[in-house]
Design a protein around this ligand. Structure first.
Ligand code: HEC
Ligand code: HEC
Ligand code: HEC
Ligand code: HEC
Length: 483
């Protein structure tokens, strides 16, 4: 009987090997544990297709990233962030910078190369750093070029080099060692920043790796003043106020003061980038040790047989049963979804309010400048505008509509509103002294917001943000810095 069971087990094993398409060639036996078996692939393999026959289940799951389907606030359809139901004020808030020309919602990893090639923010002046989170060729390029990679010309040097190397958009080799399939971090900026913060990165746990592989790209960053190197502003912490403090001290001392100057208020501005990692770590799930992969790569049964980690990186609201159900199985998942929507609706309402006040603050400062208010008052108001915008942008640029850290996001938006209101109050005091009609100013602000919203062509929206009442304050900076 025992022997029969064993034979049955062997038969099952053989069947599993057949259905999962494991190769008979022992040199190609696959093993993800740090065991002795290797894939037979070269350590330098960067083409996704090279992994296809070895790992058909994960590869097929990865191919699902081609799907385009939206949720209420997230999802995978290529959409402009300027759309009326998204964030229509952005062409004003980023005026003078490439993000006022084109800015889209994120979508599946498989589109990363296509999207960076097409986006109008990339110009002949863009640098290699813009390519860093898009392509499997990056680790090898950094190895070959050293620190000259970061500042190399995107169109002339980096893109053609990547094509020649046979690059794939974000792929297997970005997170796995092609020989052993062990998880790995391939972007040097990530460990560099954690080390600077005092985190020991010599031997991360498997659970940490399940977030680290994502954290190498889904983070806030800037390009260092000296060599355009992708740098994460983490030394003082992951919270919006800690990163802001970093920018005003450490980054400034090293020559980085701003991403651009607002064309409306003349304020030196910072552009925030997708801090999913930082926001998640500071939120309830991150604090409880839940990893990105727990929700975004939950185990799924494929062909009703084998369990694999889903490689379809998308909104977990599409896969709540496997994503959330593994831990919240005791809760009614429809009710849990209602809870998520409640969080997101409240969040988006506060976000829009913060954006609206931030926008008005820019125009109030514009009026201070054209009304001849004293320099030091203008400077003070510009500082409030810069800070107010940072505290909403670091939340707006995050991708979870508040879910990764509901409380932290609301706190940041509250600071944003406070700071923007300080600018408006200071401006009001000074403008009244100059005899400016605040009622008229408010009317002009509403007019200009409407003109931007009414323009149908996305790239032209920014042109309606300035007019004879609100003249441009700064030369337009081409989109050379951030993607
Ligand atoms: C507890 C579950 C959970 C964890 C852990 C988690 N997320 Fe999310 N994530 C979500 C939910 C829910 C959304 C909102 C999706 C929506 O609104 O459609 C989301 C949204 C996103 C989005 C935008 C998706 C889209 O459809 O546009 C990205 C990108 C993302 N998360 C990345 C990460 C990264 C990186 C980590 C780890 C640092 C992480 N998430 C950790 C649940 C999670
Ligand atoms: C963005 C990072 C990332 C990319 C890209 C990626 N993987 Fe994974 N992969 C993971 C994570 C995280 C796990 C879970 C590992 C763990 O918990 O031990 C995993 C697990 C696996 C496993 C182990 C079995 C399983 O399903 O858990 C295989 C095999 C695998 N991936 C193959 C691939 C292949 C093939 C590709 C390219 C088509 C790929 N991966 C791309 C992050 C990635
Ligand atoms: C090499 C950089 C890189 C790594 C590593 C990476 N991502 Fe992404 N991710 C991106 C970029 C870039 C996009 C946007 C692509 C686009 O819009 O063309 C994106 C988009 C996404 C989206 C949005 C998909 C949608 O449908 O809207 C999710 C969700 C996501 N990533 C989750 C993850 C998770 C979870 C991990 C870790 C397991 C991870 N990513 C690792 C760079 C990366
Ligand atoms: C790996 C386990 C794990 C997964 C996966 C997970 N959660 Fe959680 N979740 C937790 C833990 C643990 C807490 C409690 C955190 C704390 O102590 O505040 C929590 C708390 C929450 C809360 C806040 C408290 C509450 O009851 O209102 C919500 C909402 C929530 N989870 C929703 C989700 C959703 C939606 C998903 C899927 C996208 C998800 N979780 C996936 C473990 C998980």
């Amino acid at each position: 009987m025992a022997r029969f069971k064993f034979a049955g087990f062997l038969l099952l094993l053989v069947l599993i090997l057949i259905v999962t398409g494991c190769s008979n060639d022992s040199s190609k036996k696959t093993s993800t544990a740090a065991g002795s078996k290797t894939t037979g692939l070269s350590a330098d393999e960067i083409r996704n297709e090279a992994f296809k026959d070895l790992f058909p289940l994960q590869y097929n799951s990865y191919k699902k990233n081609e799907k385009m389907e939206d949720t209420k606030y997230g999802g995978s359809v290529k959409r402009s962030k300027y759309d009326p139901d998204k964030e229509p004020l952005l062409p004003i808030l980023f005026n003078g910078y490439g993000f006022a020309t084109e800015y889209n919602e994120d979508r599946g990893h498989v589109y990363a190369l296509k999207d960076i090639r097409a986006v109008k923010r990339i110009t002949d002046k863009s640098v290699g750093s813009c390519y860093t989170c898009k392509s499997t060729a990056v680790p090898k390029m950094i190895k070959e070029m050293g620190d000259s990679y970061w500042g190399a010309n995107f169109n002339k040097d980096i893109w053609p080099k990547g094509e020649k190397m046979g690059h794939s958009p974000i792929g297997c080799s970005d997170c796995h060692d092609p020989k052993t399939m062990d998880l790995r971090v391939t972007r040097p900026s990530f460990y560099k920043a954690l080390k600077a913060k005092g985190v020991d990165v010599s031997n991360p746990t498997k659970n940490e790796m399940r977030s680290y592989v994502c954290g190498q790209c889904h983070v806030e960053y800037y390009f260092a003043a000296s060599n355009s190197e992708v740098t994460f502003p983490w030394k003082k912490g992951f919270k919006p106020e800690e990163m802001y403090e970093y920018y005003n001290t450490i980054a400034k001392e090293k020559g980085f003061e701003k991403d651009w100057v607002s064309n409306i208020s003349g304020a030196p501005m910072l552009k925030a980038q997708h801090p999913d990692f930082e926001t998640h770590l500071s939120g309830p799930h991150g604090k409880a040790g839940v990893s990105c992969a727990d929700c975004h790569m939950s185990y799924e049964r494929v062909d009703g047989k084998r369990k694999i980690s889903s490689h379809w990186w998308t909104s977990p609201l599409k896969t709540m049963q496997t994503s959330c159900g593994q831990c919240h199985g005791d809760r009614d998942l429809d009710k849990l979804k209602d809870r998520v929507m409640e969080i997101e609706d409240t969040h988006m309402k506060a976000l829009h309010e913060a954006e609206n006040i931030s926008t008005s603050a820019h125009y109030y400062v514009n009026k201070m400048i054209t009304s001849g208010v004293a320099r030091d008052k203008i400077k003070q108001a510009q500082e409030y505008v810069r800070k107010g915008q940072w505290f909403w942008d670091i939340i707006a640029a995050e991708n979870s509509a508040g879910f990764h850290n509901p409380q932290g996001s609301m706190d940041s938006l509250r600071v944003s509103i406070e700071e923007s209101n300080k600018a408006i109050r200071l401006a009001t005091e000074e403008l009244v002294k100059k005899g400016v009609s605040i009622a008229e100013l408010d009317k002009e602000i509403e007019k200009v917001k409407k003109a931007v919203a009414d323009e149908k062509v996305n790239e032209k929206k920014k042109d309606h943000a300035v007019n004879s009442y609100f003249p441009a304050q700064a030369p337009v900076v081409p989109a050379t810095s951030k993607k």
